[in-house]
Design a protein around this ligand. Structure first.
Ligand code: CO
Length: 168
């Protein structure tokens, strides 16, 4: 499976709303494998399909790349966050927004319904970092980046910093 190039801010494709997956075939399975491989190659703990320019509702997560967390491969297709509660603030980064880490407020606990690569329906209760990662990756499917979730002032500084990174 090939490692795919990751789109970076301010690429307009990161702003598109992704489409549901309809066909659970070998092509889909290969894409999910490529997402994992690309994520591991970049030392990320999560990656969504639109980040590699494919606007479909798929993301993968493996917390194992984060020190102190044990890993498990999670793949989410056509996910729906059915329940979200509590609050947590975690310093997030994003493979599509390199060089920036900011604290973002999220729900601490989520229940996500999704399909696996075979089309089987499943459900997962997640807390803490896994819940944060799910919400971060889910946002990518809606064209939302973590910098959009910062306070107005923090967003202004973040965008200024990113602009400098892009132009220098
Ligand atoms: Co991201």
């Amino acid at each position: 499976m090939p490692v795919l190039p990751i789109l970076e801010y301010p690429d307009a494709k990161l702003r598109a709303k992704s489409e549901r997956v309809g066909e659970f075939d070998e092509k889909l399975s290969n894409l999910v494998d490529s997402l994992f491989e690309t994520m591991y190659a970049c030392n990320g703990i999560g990656l969504a399909a639109p980040q590699v320019g494919i606007p479909v509702r798929i993301f993968v997560i493996d917390l194992g790349a984060q020190p102190g967390f044990s890993g498990r491969k999670h793949e989410f297709i056509n996910p729906i966050i059915r329940h979200a509660s509590g609050s947590i603030s975690f310093e997030e980064g994003c493979l599509s927004v390199p060089g920036l880490g900011e604290f973002v407020n999220r729900n601490n606990s989520v229940t996500i319904d999704y399909q696996d690569r075979h089309g089987n329906q499943a459900s997962l209760n997640a807390e803490g970092l896994l819940a944060v990662a799910i919400q971060h990756e889910f946002d990518h499917l809606e064209g939302i980046l973590f910098i959009d979730r910062l306070s107005k002032l923090k967003r202004l500084f973040a965008k200024r910093k990113l602009r400098r990174q892009v132009t220098l």
